[in-house]
Design a protein around this ligand. Structure first.
Ligand SMILES: *Cc1c(COP(=O)(O)O)cnc(C)c1O
Length: 252
């Protein structure tokens, strides 16, 4: 019988190569550069490769080690406590992305482990994020989360599109923070058509942001069910959980 860790590693490796194939096919279909896991934070623009962030929330630190062994460096988490514990045990060189809602009183703890936050969605977070970045002597990459669904309950997170530029101005002016671009979650991840419409709107908002902040070209969009639509609309960072690690129990 195979060692259980061996079969887990095999399953993750298979899922990972399937996901990388989807990403590179989506890049090719939409006439963009190479996809795959080699993406980096290069010079911006839609010709950039897509960075795959593997969302490890609810999964154990041993999965992070397996992913590291498979060459994955970017991982995403949505809860401070869980992420902080995992990050403290995991191999050097992982890049940690905070993709969950940010509570102000957790910011100093979040910035201790996170290299990027994707979910800055209100002014009151900017000064604490900046202070925490300086405190931890790091330059924190910040994405503005925009709400693409006006009908969504407020607790889904995301700034209203009309508030995007004022928030961007605050982030761009804050020491220790680098404004990366935008992040969004499609309103109805199960419906490809709804996702495509939302991502089209996101692409328009991204253009408006880049017109003011030429370096803020990154777009964090696309999950396991809608990465193709997101890449077709310019996503530079896709956040994949279940496609790689399996379905999570529904606790979120
Ligand atoms: C959980 C989560 C993901 C990953 O979702 P999957 O459907 O499992 O790929 C991506 N983005 C955010 C913000 C999440 O909370």
């Amino acid at each position: 019988m195979l060692h259980p860790d061996f079969s887990r590693a095999t399953a993750i490796a298979e899922n990972l190569s399937r996901a990388e194939l989807r990403i590179s096919q989506a890049c090719r279909t939409s006439g963009r550069g190479n996809g795959g896991n080699g993406g980096n934070c290069g010079n911006g623009g839609y010709a950039d490769p897509v960075t795959l962030i593997v969302v490890t929330k609810t999964y154990p630190e041993s999965d992070v080690e397996i992913l590291h062994g498979l060459g994955v460096r970017n991982v995403g988490e949505n809860r401070d406590q869980e992420a902080r514990a995992k990050a403290s045990l995991s191999p050097e060189g992982m890049i940690w992305h905070m993709i969950g809602q940010i509570q102000r009183n957790k910011i100093n703890s979040i910035v201790a482990w996170a290299d990027f936050v994707h979910t800055c969605d209100r002014m009151e977070l900017v000064t604490p994020l900046s202070r925490a970045a300086l405190n931890h002597s790091k330059e924190l990459g910040v994405f503005i989360q925009v709400n693409l669904d006006p009908a969504a309950p407020a607790n889904r997170g995301g700034v209203q599109p009309s508030e995007m530029l004022p928030l961007a101005a605050q982030i761009a002016a804050a020491p220790g923070l680098t404004l990366m671009g935008l992040m969004a979650v499609a309103p109805h991840p199960s419906t490809a058509i709804a996702a495509a419409g939302a991502f089209e709107r996101l692409a328009g908002l991204s253009s408006a942001l880049v017109a003011e902040y030429p370096h803020a070209t990154y777009l964090s969009a696309g999950m396991s069910d809608d990465l193709e639509e997101a890449i077709a609309h310019g996503a530079t960072h896709v956040r994949l959980g279940s496609a790689i690690l399996g379905e999570r129990p529904v606790v979120e």
